[in-house]
Design a protein around this ligand. Sequence first.
Ligand code: CMP
Length: 145
Amino acid sequence: MKTLIIIRPDAVLRGLVGEILTRFEKHSIRVAGLKVMQLDREKAGELYEIHKGKPFYESLLNTMVASPVVVGVLDTDVLDNKSAISLVRKIVGATDPSLAEMGTIRGDFGLRIDQNIIHASDSVDSAVREIPIFFKKEELVKYKC
Ligand code: CMP
């Protein structure tokens, strides 16, 4: 099972990339793809198409294109597949950092809902839709054990 994460501009600027990746690696979640990217409005709009029309949509796009992001695909095959997405979401924490538990990425580092450090696919369907927005199949590695 693979899922997408985006370490958002606020976290990259604060030098949190290594710390965030370490949190996943400590749970034996592996990195199958990783890119530093400057998103444009088209890419950000594709990722967040389900939020189009919501009051925060325009500011969300502005936030995501403000400076570079780190986009990653995480591989949880070494773990129980059923829990893959939920494990990543548990490590990430609630969308609103003020509600996220301490010990989660957003609970420990998030400042506000619009500066919540990281995006993670919220379901298997979302992961299947979101990964190809950023990665071609041949850009992702496979682990043999
Ligand atoms: P993310 O998990 O990347 O998915 C969509 C993003 O929209 C979310 O993180 C928040 O940053 C943002 N978001 C969701 N709800 C709100 C809100 N009510 N006000 C502002 N931003 C929001």
